[in-house]
Design a protein around this ligand. Structure first.
Ligand SMILES: C[S@@+](CC[C@H](N)C(=O)[O-])C[C@H]1O[C@@H](n2cnc3c(N)ncnc32)[C@H](O)[C@@H]1O
Length: 433
C-alpha cells in the first residue's frame, strides 16, 4: 500500500535537522513525532527508516545524488531504500529517473571508502586495525539494522517458556548462541504491552551486553559496583546473576540515566540494587567503599562505534579529537573505580567501541601504572563462565562475526593482600586509597 506523498515532506524536514548533527538522531526523531501527533504509526515507521537509511549510506547517497545533492533527493533515496520505490507516490520525473539509475548501479565496483560509508578518519583507523577486507565486512554489517535482542530474567522465567509465550503473541524468537538467557527477534514488535514485559520476565538487551555482565562473575552475597550504570542494562543482568542477594551499587554521574533504571528495577523484582548518583569518579561516596568491593564493572563512556547498527549518526557526529578526550576520561574512570576493588577482587573494563585506543590502549596503560592488578586472560574467564566464545586475552565481539553489537572487555584482578596488609586492616585502607 502506498504511503501519502506528504510524508516525504515530513521526512525531509526532520532529516534536515538531524543532518546538522547537533543532537542524537533518535532524540530529534522523538521530538519531531511528539510535535506532529497526527502522523500515524506506519508513517512514523517509514520516516524513521528513511532517516536511518540516509545516515547509514550518507556518503554514497550524497555522491550518487550529484553535486549540490538536495535534501529532497537524499530523502527520496532514503525513503525508497526504507519502504521500496513502488510504495512511493508523488515523485517528479527527475526523481523517478534517479531511483531507476540507482537500481542499475553495481555497488561492489565502488571504491572501498565509498562502499564502507564511513567518514575517512574512521575508515583509516579501522583499516589500520582490521585491514581493508575485514573493514569492508565489518562496515557492511554496521550499515544494516540490528535485530532486537532480549534477556530473559532468570528470577522470573526460563528461556523455553518465554519462547513459547512469545509465539502466542505471535512473535518468533530464537535463542542467541552465546548468552544462555538471550533471545533474538528479527522483526521489531512493540513489547511494552506484553504481560511478559510488564511483569519483568524480559528486558531488551543486546546479546553482547549480556555476555559482558556475565564476565564479572558476580556471586550470591557479594559486594558489587556497576560504576557506569546508566539506565542499568547490565545492572539488571548482574543483579539477577546474584539472585537478588548481596549489594549491587549502580553508580553514574547522570541522574537522568539512573532515573530511567527505576521502572526497570521495579519490573525486575530485584531488591539488591542501590542506585547512587556520583559527581565524578573521585567522589567521596566512591572513596568510602575503597578496598571493600568484590567486583567492579566499568562500562565506560565511549565513542559507541560498536553500536552503529542502532545509532548510525554516531559515525558522523564523532570526531577524532572527541576520541582523544574520551580516552582521557576512560583512563581516569578506570583508575577511580579500581580503588574500590578489594584484594583478590575483580575489575572488568568494557566499552561498546571498536577502536583499540579506547580498549586495549586503556587497559595496557592501566596495567603499566597499577602493578597490583593483573590481566586474567579472557579465554580463562569464558571457560569459567561456560560461554562458548573463542578469544585470546580480551573479549572482542564483532557485529560481522558474532551478530552482536561491537563490544570490548578485559578482566583484571587485584592481587592478593601483601602479608603485612592482612595482619593490619587499617593498612588495607591506606593501600586502597
Ligand atoms: C556506556 S554508558 C553505560 C551503559 C550501561 N552500563 C548499560 O548497560 O545500559 C556509560 C555511562 O557512563 C556514565 N559516566 C560518564 N562519566 C562517568 C563517571 N565519571 N563516573 C561514572 N559514570 C560516568 C554516563 O553517564 C553513561 O551512563
Amino acid at each position: 500500500m502506498r504511503l501519502p506523498p506528504a510524508i516525504l515532506g515530513n521526512a525531509e524536514e526532520v532529516l534536515r535537522e538531524i543532518l546538522r548533527f547537533t543532537s542524537p538522531a533518535d532524540v530529534t526523531l522523538s521530538r519531531y513525532f511528539k510535535d506532529h501527533p497526527r502522523l500515524g504509526g506506519r508513517e512514523r515507521g517509514a520516516i524513521a527508516e528513511c532517516v536511518y537509511a540516509v545516515l547509514r549510506q550518507k556518503s554514497f547517497f550524497t555522491d550518487f545524488a550529484g553535486t549540490g545533492a538536495s535534501m529532497r533527493r537524499l530523502t527520496v533515496l532514503g525513503m525508497a531504500e526504507a519502504i521500496g520505490a513502488d510504495s512511493l507516490g508523488g515523485l517528479s520525473e527527475d526523481e523517478t529517473a534517479l531511483l531507476t539509475r540507482i537500481k542499475e548501479i553495481d555497488r561492489s565496483l565502488l571504491p572501498p571508502k565509498k562502499l564502507a560509508n564511513l567518514p575517512d578518519w574512521l575508515y583509516d583507523k579501522f583499516v589500520a586495525q582490521y585491514g581493508e577486507e575485514e573493514t569492508l565486512a565489518l562496515a557492511a554489517v554496521l550499515n544494516t539494522a540490528a535485530p532486537l535482542d532480549l534477556r530473559v530474567n532468570s528470577l522470573k522465567a526460563d528461556r523455553d517458556k518465554v519462547i513459547a509465550e512469545l509465539a502466542t503473541a505471535p512473535i518468533a524468537a530464537e535463542p542467541t548462541p552465546y548468552s544462555a538467557l538471550g533471545l533474538r527477534i528479527w522483526k521489531k514488535p512493540a513489547l511494552q504491552n506484553l504481560p511478559l514485559f510488564k511483569e519483568g520476565a524480559i528486558e531488551v538487551q543486546d546479546e553482547g551486553s549480556q555476555v559482558l555482565a556475565q564476565l564479572l562473575g558476580a556471586r550470591r552475597g557479594e559486594m558489587v559496583v556497576d560504576f557506569c550504570a546508566g539506565a542499568g542494562g547490565k545492572t539488571l543482568a548482574i543483579g539477577a546473576i546474584m539472585r537478588s542477594t548481596g549489594r549491587l551499587y549502580a553508580f553514574d554521574v547522570s541522574e537522568k540515566r539512573l532515573t530511567k533504571l527505576k521502572p526497570r528495577l521495579a519490573r525486575s523484582g530485584l531488591s539488591n540494587v542501590h542506585p547512587v548518583v556520583i559527581a565524578h569518579e573521585r567522589d567521596a561516596k566512591v572513596k568510602r567503599l575503597a578496598g571493600k568491593i568484590d567486583r567492579v564493572l566499568v562500562d565506560a563512556p565511549c565513542s559507541g562505534m560498536g553500536t552503529l547498527r542502532r545509532n548510525p549518526d554516531v559515525k558522523w557526529r564523532q570526531q577524532p579529537e572527541g576520541i582523544a578526550e574520551l580516552t582521557e576520561k576512560q583512563a581516569s574512570i578506570l583508575d577511580g573505580a579500581a580503588r574500590l576493588v578489594k584484594f583478590g577482587g575483580r575489575l572488568v573494563y568494557a566499552t561498546c567501541s571498536l577502536l583499540d585506543e579506547e580498549n586495549e590502549g586503556i587497559v595496557q596503560g592501566f596495567l603499566a601504572s597499577h602493578p597490583d592488578f593483573e590481566l586474567v586472560p579472557m579465554h580463562k574467564v569464558l571457560a569459567e563462565q561456560r560461554i562458548p566464545l573463542e578469544m585470546g586475552d580480551y573479549l572482542k565481539m564483532l557485529p560481522h562475526k558474532h551478530g552482536t553489537d561491537g563490544f570490548f572487555a578485559a578482566v583484571l584482578e587485584r592481587k592478593a593482600a601483601p602479608v603485612k596488609a592482612v595482619a593490619d586492616e587499617s593498612d588495607e585502607d591506606a593501600v586502597a586509597e
